[in-house]
Design a protein around this ligand. Structure first.
Ligand code: SF4
Length: 456
């Protein structure tokens, strides 16, 4: 039987798993942190006479004490007469908003002195207005991301690497979609394109009813706090020259999430929420273990109050006990903040644990999508069946029949005709090499693209 992630013993000391003993020593475990120490870190006068407070790596969230309401109270009188950030608008409206905002850059630059609070109000109000119950937070329609690898004057002769080639799905607030597939299938490119780190080649990305696939400049910058990314490598994704406080707070300042005077309190609260002690504020990333660094990355993403977080292999660089801690932190934060995740991973056990729905990608296409239960109990696509048959089961008495895929994954620059999987599929039929199968719903939102199932 598989052991649930939440039953894994996460006590590093009990397991004797400590990445860098010198760094993890006393402060990673339970600590006594007095309010006077916190006040000293924040540069405030020490409180009068209070008992020392016990804090642990999983400190209780204290965000409600800090900003949103307070910031709103302080800033409401200066609210601008602009439309709220999440008011639905069409593709064309998005364009015109972009143009209008670009034109008004001058006054906005000048407004740095006086309109900081106004922006705070706008971001907060955008965060509070939840979409309609059944409205997806994110809708991706036929999304394509092609990278040109050979260009010619005649555009028809251009050669493209089709990293993402027509992907569609919907994600609701507070839910998690796991994206799985072997290396090179386009998972990471999909995440980055949704986040608008790449300009999509074609298709639609609709976030809270707004088309964001063509947003540019200031309009895109103002949407950025709502969707964040946590990268695979917590060592490479943190600047070694910035302290933890600066790393977590940098974007808070840039996007004016809270007024200047509340900045330090806000950053410390986010750090506590992610299990980071207040005195880490002045420390540098090299002083921490992998698990703590990933917590810093999570705090950095959460500091902008996002609604959607794209997690790109966030635990694959961590050892198993730390993986369980970080995964549980993701789940706790999702519950408390109603976050939506797109969780990209190779690890099917982790995906099964954290996801509500799962999408399987192969060579830039989604070949199967459905609820976690449907997908894990009844995988329909031959590629999904092969992928899931490779999951090890920690029970020596259970026999599993491994499906070994023959051959290598074809090049996305020159994908096979028809079904892209036909070169490796043991159930391949004549039609498979000629006609591309439709991505069809076979009941309860279980989509599959395969000729083994009725296509009409
Ligand atoms: S369409 Fe044909 S080749 Fe593709 S997965 Fe289905 S059976 Fe295999």
């Amino acid at each position: 039987m598989k052991k649930p992630m939440n039953e894994i013993n996460t006590d590093e000391n009990a397991l004797g798993v400590v990445d860098q003993p010198s760094q993890l020593a006393p402060e990673e475990q339970t600590q006594e942190v007095s309010e006077a120490q916190v006040a000293a870190i924040l540069g405030k006068p020490a409180p009068a006479k209070k008992k020392a407070k016990k804090t642990t790596a999983k400190s209780e969230p204290k965000l409600e004490e800090v900003t949103p309401e307070a910031a709103e109270e302080q800033t409401t009188p200066e609210a601008p007469a602009e439309a709220p950030a999440n008011e639905p608008l069409s593709n064309t409206e998005a364009k015109s908003e972009d143009t209008a905002e670009t034109k008004s850059e001058g006054p906005e630059g000048a407004a740095d002195n006086g309109e900081e609070h106004a922006q705070v109000v706008q971001l907060d109000s955008a965060h509070e207005e939840a979409p309609e119950d059944d409205t997806p937070l994110l809708k991706v329609v036929n999304l394509k991301e092609w990278f040109p690898i050979k260009t010619s004057i005649d555009k028809r002769k251009n050669v493209y690497l089709k990293a993402v080639d027509g992907v569609s799905f919907e994600l609701r607030q507070g839910k998690t979609i796991g994206i799985v597939g072997e290396s090179g299938c386009g998972k990471t490119t999909l995440g980055r394109t949704i986040l608008r780190l790449y300009q999509p080649t074609d298709g639609e990305i609709i976030f809270e009813g707004k088309h964001i696939e063509k947003l540019k400049g200031e309009a895109l910058r103002r949407m950025r706090p709502h969707f964040q990314m946590i990268f695979q490598d917590p060592y490479a994704s943190l600047s070694p020259r910035l302290t933890v406080g600066e790393i977590v707070g940098e974007a808070v300042k840039t996007h004016k999430i809270v007024p200047k005077e509340q900045y330090k309190d806000y950053v410390v609260d986010i750090m506590l929420k992610c299990g980071l002690q207040p005195h880490y504020f002045e420390r540098y990333p090299h002083e921490f273990s992998g698990g703590q660094r990933q917590r810093i990355c999570i705090a950095k993403a959460l500091a902008l109050k996002p609604k959607l977080v794209i997690c790109d292999e966030p635990v694959s660089a961590l050892d198993v006990s730390i993986q369980a801690q970080v995964i549980n932190l993701f789940k706790d934060l999702q519950e408390s903040d109603n976050l939506a995740y797109i969780f990209i991973s190779h690890d099917l056990s982790v995906v099964e644990h954290i996801s509500d729905e799962v999408g399987v990608m192969y060579l830039g296409n989604m070949v199967e999508f459905g609820s976690k239960k449907d997908l894990f109990s009844n995988p329909m696509h031959p590629y999904t069946q092969a992928l899931f048959s490779a999951v090890p089961i920690p029970d020596p008495d259970t026999k599993i029949k491994r499906i070994i895929l023959q051959g290598d994954i074809p090049s996305p620059a020159n994908p096979p005709k028809g079904c892209k999987f036909h070169t490796r599929c043991s159930k391949c039929m004549d039609i498979c090499s000629e006609v591309e199968p439709k991505f069809k719903d076979y009941g309860d939102g279980h989509f599959v693209a395969c000729h083994l199932y009725p296509q009409d």
